[in-house]
Design a protein around this ligand. Structure first.
Ligand code: URA
Length: 238
């Protein structure tokens, strides 16, 4: 692909704006040799103002989503994309969240521009475990773990029961819940179904990936080893 198009697709500007960057000599190779709009040079060998390019298409990133920002434009308010470099919003293909977390949920959120990777992660076949910690408004009744594990719980307005989920009680109103699917507001609706209410919700793991100390509001690119870890637990669970 010609460089001018590649850089425009990475969000460095419109084709016209990127063409100007070439005319100004801001686009070079790793040795500082000026490159031209029609050149076809490997991504890793290109520099803009001496800096390496943003990740090429096929990127996968992890964000520690804080409470208060949303995954969708429709929800209004601050978007998770506002926590990423502004250029990322202009990328083609688009950088999408892998599933969603509610505005009031914090924790591990994946983003990718690779549609087939996204589907592989969210596919019911992958059954990637997602681990949530929640603070509840009421003490547990005592039968929740058995009910959630039964594979028979039917949420309001749904026709297919939930897959078995694993509930660990940490304290009388603090739990860890492992899901192998991702339905709309699933954790909150599961506790509503047993007469409780989720006061705070945090996702700590997706597949074999954890936040591992990534501070709230921060993101990082995932490397091939992280991708392997992401899928590494899929076979070992139910
Ligand atoms: N379940 C919920 O209720 N909310 C989330 O954000 C994720 C899972």
């Amino acid at each position: 692909m010609k460089l001018v198009r590649h850089l425009a697709n990475l969000g460095y500007g419109s084709r016209k704006q990127v063409a100007w960057m070439f005319r100004e000599g801001r686009v070079t190779d790793a040795d500082g040799e000026v490159l031209y709009a029609d050149d076809a040079v490997a991504h890793d060998d290109v520099r803009i103002d001496g800096e390496p390019l943003d990740p090429p298409p096929g990127m996968l990133a992890m964000l520690h989503k804080p409470v208060g920002c949303t995954c969708s434009n429709k929800d209004g308010g601050r978007l998770v994309h506002d926590l990423l470099p502004p250029r990322f919003r202009l990328r083609k293909p688009v950088l999408s969240t892998v599933g969603r977390l509610d505005r009031d949920t914090s924790g591990l959120l994946l983003l990718t521009d690779d549609g087939s990777l996204l589907h592989r992660i969210i596919s019911p076949k992958a059954k990637l475990p997602k681990v949530y910690e929640a603070v509840l408004a009421e003490d547990l009744r005592g039968d929740e773990a058995a009910l959630f594990a039964s594979g028979t719980l039917l949420l309001e307005s749904e026709t297919v029961p939930l897959l078995p989920a694993d509930l660990q009680v940490l304290e009388s109103r603090r739990i860890r819940l492992t899901l192998h699917e991702g339905r709309y507001h699933q954790v909150r609706r599961m506790f509503a179904a047993v007469g409780n209410h989720v006061l705070a919700l945090h996702r700590s793991r997706v597949g074999g990936l954890a936040l591992d100390g990534l501070p709230e509001g921060q993101w990082r690119l995932l490397e091939p080893a992280d991708r392997e870890r992401l899928f590494s637990v899929a076979d070992s669970v139910r």
